[in-house]
Write a protein that binds this ligand. Structure first.
Ligand SMILES: Cc1cc2nc3c(=O)[nH]c(=O)nc-3n(C[C@H](O)[C@H](O)[C@H](O)COP(=O)(O)OP(=O)(O)OC[C@H]3O[C@@H](n4cnc5c(N)ncnc54)[C@H](O)[C@@H]3O)c2cc1C
Length: 428
């Protein structure tokens, strides 16, 4: 199959149609395509995406939308051939995290420090522009012979043996539809999967900044009583700030002058990186929590933000989504090797049990951090703040958090378990 960007309707039924070519959907598509490429009967996979971003020019300034990408995600992106497409000059490995509550000084013994060296790792992960992960995964998918359909989903009809999708690029049928179309998933809506949603009543303010002191390849995060302020290290020596703050306090911060905002950043970071200068405009994202009650329905599966949205304070959204993608691919490819239907109920049930049992405790823990560390002054909050200092002094607990930051705990898909050099070829 050759690479095609299509705007015409497909005559041939597909095995899998992935709705949404964001970082998670694009990676899921590439995983399926790469894994089945040399099989006697490769899976016919397509991605439906209305807004494919252009690749960034190599010397363009770094985007303000970045993510902390874990070791598990690095392995998945390597397996599909996307990681080598992301220029190293634009990715920043981070070697440690320093996390502290506003009630303690930023460089005291009460600051919780996770160092990669502690776990014998070169780093804890990488700070990468979202756009680069997405464009690299789409490019890897196309290079493996995958097909990107330029369009959006309008309607979806699930039948016994297939799913019919009406899109702005025509009508398509497939045996499995994967909803990777983000938090406002049209797939989730169309198939009537309900979700528990609530607002955090917070806004995340995101921008790139230059700091007076070097970032030391460290992700810094201060828990304030009104939210969290993080400085993520960037490849150009600058940092990306993610300031999650209660709605009422966010509006004045977004409206104030650049100089006043920079002074706020200096004060709210307790001067940990010295004076701060804005390098980009301030972007804002209302923060919501979402968990779909079911991740699957007849011939349909949800992955990434379409299935679950967590608070950004733990930098987990893309990472959890890539694990969904790898888990689903592993099960679909195993079924396909046995000539089973990729949309079979047995495949979807196993996927749902697997990923729901992984996601739910993580979402609960992230909520707890937000509720008791980033907010509140009651006894539980005081206990949580003291807990930070205790974790710092307990090797076993610290190692647990480092493994979590690397994305290497829990029941991992095969591709996330082994470093690429030790890995056998993908299943065919
Ligand atoms: C401030 C902030 C900081 C964050 N930091 C981190 C971090 O450090 N680490 C981390 O892991 N995560 C982080 N996240 C979370 C992360 O950004 C998301 O989890 C991630 O973008 C989800 O990817 P996705 O592909 O599932 O969805 P999306 O990125 O939302 O992509 C969905 C895709 O579907 C397409 N689409 C939508 N509707 C349709 C339709 N009808 N038909 C076809 N296609 C459609 C869209 O065009 C889009 O390309 C952060 C989030 C925020 C808000």
């Amino acid at each position: 199959m050759t690479a095609v960007t299509s705007s015409a309707a497909s005559s041939e039924p597909l095995d899998v149609l992935i709705v949404g070519g964001g970082p998670v959907g694009a990676s899921a598509a590439a995983l399926l395509q790469v894994a089945s490429k040399d099989a006697r009967r490769p899976l016919r996979v397509a991605v439906l995406e209305p807004n494919r971003p252009a690749a960034a020019a190599p010397d363009a300034p770094l985007d303000a939308r970045v993510s902390a990408v874990s070791r598990a995600s690095e392995r998945i992106l390597t397996a599909i051939g996307a990681w080598p497409l992301i220029p190293t000059s634009r990715t920043q490995p981070y070697e440690r995290m320093r996390v502290w509550h506003e009630s303690v000084p930023p460089r005291s013994a009460d600051v919780l420090e996770f160092d990669a060296a502690y776990a014998g790792e070169p780093n804890l992960g990488y700070i990468v522009e979202n756009r680069l992960v997405q464009t690299a995964a789409l490019q890897a998918f196309e290079s493996a012979g995958g097909r990107i359909i330029s369009g959006g989903l309008s309607r979806l009809r699930v039948r016994d043996h297939d799913v019919e999708l009406e899109t702005s690029a025509g009508v398509f049928t497939c045996r499995l539809v994967v909803g990777a179309d983000g938090a406002r998933s049209a797939v989730r809506e169309s198939i009537g999967l309900s979700a528990e949603t609530s607002s955090y009543h917070q806004i995340a303010i995101v921008a790139n900044v230059r700091t007076e002191l070097p970032h030391e390849r460290t992700a810094w995060q201060r828990f304030l009583r009104t939210g969290t302020l993080a400085f993520l290290p960037l490849a150009d020596g600058c940092s990306s700030i993610v300031w999650s703050i209660d709605d009422a306090a966010a509006a004045p911060l977004l409206g104030m002058s650049q100089t006043a905002f920079e002074e706020e950043l200096l004060s709210r970071s307790d001067g940990v990186l010295g004076a701060v200068k804005l390098r980009t405009e301030r972007l804002s994202f209302p923060l919501r929590k979402l968990t779909a009650h079911r991740f699957t329905a007849h011939r349909c599966a949800l992955i990434g933000d379409a299935a679950h949205v967590v608070h950004p304070l733990a930098g987990q959204g893309v990472n959890l989504g890539l694990l969904d993608a790898a888990a689903l691919c592993e099960l679909v490819c195993a079924a396909s090797r046995l000539r089973e239907d990729p949309g079979a109920q047995s495949v979807l049930r196993r996927y749902e049990r697997w990923r729901k049992s992984e996601i739910e405790p993580i979402a609960l823990a992230i909520d707890g951090f937000n509720r008791y560390l980033a907010h509140g002054a009651g006894p539980l909050s005081r206990l949580a703040q003291r807990g930070l200092a205790l974790v710092n002094r307990t090797d076993e607990v610290k190692r647990f958090f480092i493994t979590r930051a690397l994305g290497l705990d829990g029941e991992l898909p095969k591709l996330a378990r082994q470093p690429p050099s030790a890995r056998p070829q993908p299943p065919t």
